[in-house]
Design a protein around this ligand. Sequence first.
Ligand code: G3P
Ligand code: CA
Length: 238
Amino acid sequence: MVLNFAHRGSLTEAPENTVPAFEKAIKHGTEGIELDVQLTKDNKLVVCHDHKFTKYNKDVKGRIRDFTLEEIRQIDVGSKFSTEFKGVTLPTLEEVLEICPSDVKLNVEIKNIPVIYPGIEEILLDCLRSYDRLDNLVISSFDHVALEKIQQLAPDVELGMLFYYRILRAWDYAKNSGLNISSIHPNNVYTDREFVENCKQLGYKVYPYTVNSKKRYEELVGYGVDGVFSNNPEIFRN
Ligand code: G3P
Ligand code: CA
């Protein structure tokens, strides 16, 4: 079975990485949810992709890191998408865990680039533990040092290694990293049959991102991928 993750929730229908976007994905019966986490000035986990607000509210200058959670709760990130979502704010990870059913696989991506958040790994694990959400979960990051910290702190948590650029033999890099990686998350643009076969030979699942056309989806499924991240996963369901 191919696992279809709703990338940042159902981002074509609601502002990305917000509660309405996750609710819509869940309503569509999504099998998986992907989201990005960062830290506020007062070290609270919020769900957001960009480290600046520009894309979500052009009037707000500064980065997620510059605001406390209380301040972030005053920032409208919904109106830019549509007036229907006026007043929607960035959710905390807790708020998403409250609504995410345990049978929906959760992929939490630690966004540790270009801002590095010291201590985010501990804070994330504490939060997931308090919601008993260490199962049916994969923690991923482009920051492989953050993945190493997660492994040291919680050796049983599933780890996904993200790759943006095409590097030489990513599967060997994963093997030699000393990390107990369960899945490789490559950019879909260079994911081909050879890439998938090499990863699978070493026991890794392969979840490419971000796959939005049915044609490309079918190609990747033909190569043997185990799942994809998609902005509109419901189109793949039939
Ligand atoms: O986790 C897959 C994908 O979300 C990684 O890229 O930039 O969309 O977070 P990005
Ligand atoms: Ca992401």
